[in-house]
Write a protein that binds this ligand. Sequence first.
Ligand code: HEC
Ligand code: HEC
Ligand code: HEC
Length: 449
Amino acid sequence: MRRIVVRTLGGVILVALLVVGGLYAYAEHDVAIPSIATQARLDASPATIERGRYLVTSADCIACHTMPKGKPFAGGLALDSPVGQIYSTNITPDRKNGIGDYTLDDFDHALRHGIAKRGDTLYPAMPFPSYAHMTPDDIAAMYAYLMHDVEPVDSPNHDTKIRWPLSARWPLAIWRKLFGPAPAVPATDRERYADPRIARGAYLVQGPGHCGSCHTPRAVTMQEKALDDTSPLYLSGGMRVDGWVPVNLRGSADGLGSWSVDDIVASLKTGRNATHAVIGSAMSDVVFHSLQYLSDDDLGAIAVYLKSLPADPGGPTYVADPRTANELRNGINATRGAELYVDNCAACHATSGLGRTHALPAIAGNSSVLTKDPGSMIRLILAGSELPATAEAPSALGMPAFGWRLSDAETAELLSFVRNSWGNHAPAVSAAQVRRIRAALEAEDTPQQ
Ligand code: HEC
Ligand code: HEC
Ligand code: HEC
């Protein structure tokens, strides 16, 4: 069933690309890309290499271009896409299999334009629409670091596991022409921000950090609906990654509206903070490989920039309301959801829904609870959390799993109650939504053949 959906989606994408893009491609031939060498100085001084290392870290290249336990940057990691598996490539300076014989222009073509050295268009699994925001100098510094300070590895690249006709790359070129931004345009964006700290944060988030590649919704044709904050859709919450919902990062109730700058910095640095607890798999990888190594100034700039993004109208809301707490305290369980909350949750999260700072997160007004897509919350209730204790957060207290004791319908009623009590207002959850996630969790637990 799932495969059929995936194939149909692939088909829809292909047809859409053919129809819309075919005409466009005829009208518009590739314009020659100006050489980056005229805009950036190529130097390999220790200072430039060090700056390149920091930028490569902030761009999280290592997360996609390294296999588990593999040599850094040697590629080979399989990434899932709606049409099949795509493998990241070897970007060590090896001449045969890596980027050893890439000129700075070749490198720039891949990074900001999405064009491989052999001339084909890259799959946007490589986040070139974001890297297009980067300045020529920063691209040159990353090149200097990868060419001069990374160990060459001769492991060969894999072909993608995508069947013909979807494996043909020319529709990707059409996609790129339609949806890939022209690098020169976004690079000047910084002039839009009066405050230099916000400008720095905007650059890190839109460019190297490619936060939008997960946190911005995508169209049927798979492009991000916005690549910068000129649209209220930018960072308003994305498609699930490994079952987790990349949350809204704007100033909304289901976003970072109630978070302080310090909360955001703590989360980006350590994966948790005083009031918001759980960070799911995809985001903990970003923290682990990339964000924890950024300077406090840069994390602060990211946080200040995110706090500058206004709420998107019409989303979930929170206005504290004492009624739920009063009713629960007086033993009034008007709904099955309320009853289930008292029996299973109130011992830890309290009838007030406020939990206890540092140990038990509040549920009232919690942005993770209010997300439009309840996927992460269903996952958490069914499977619990198994976050290890860290130096910053030594308590190893986790959230127990309830999947064994609550049915799909009960989980749905409980979550609908939680999402609409104490002043929370978010869409109700259905038993069908819970059933699908329970099945996905069971499939993850079954060893693959
Ligand atoms: C989210 C995953 C992801 C991230 C992050 C990422 N890449 Fe990639 N990259 C890929 C994938 C997948 C491909 C292969 C795409 C294809 O086959 O069409 C690729 C291709 C490339 C290529 C093309 C090589 C060629 O064939 O010419 C280069 C160069 C490259 N990446 C460099 C980088 C650098 C440098 C960074 C960090 C600034 C980076 N990538 C970050 C996934 C990623
Ligand atoms: C590979 C996909 C991916 C990328 C790239 C990514 N995120 Fe996330 N992010 C997620 C997911 C998934 C979650 C939800 C995790 C959860 O619910 O525990 C998340 C959650 C968050 C949260 C909320 C954490 C919490 O405790 O609820 C913040 C803040 C955040 N991301 C910021 C960022 C910033 C800033 C960037 C760019 C520097 C970024 N993310 C890049 C996938 C991603
Ligand atoms: C034994 C104590 C305990 C019980 C019982 C419990 N929880 Fe939790 N819950 C926790 C802890 C601890 C966390 C933080 C998890 C972490 O950091 O790994 C948490 C996290 C959460 C979160 C995520 C908050 C965030 O910011 O990401 C939600 C939502 C939640 N619990 C809801 C519930 C519901 C609904 C129930 C009843 C079915 C419940 N909990 C029962 C201890 C508990």
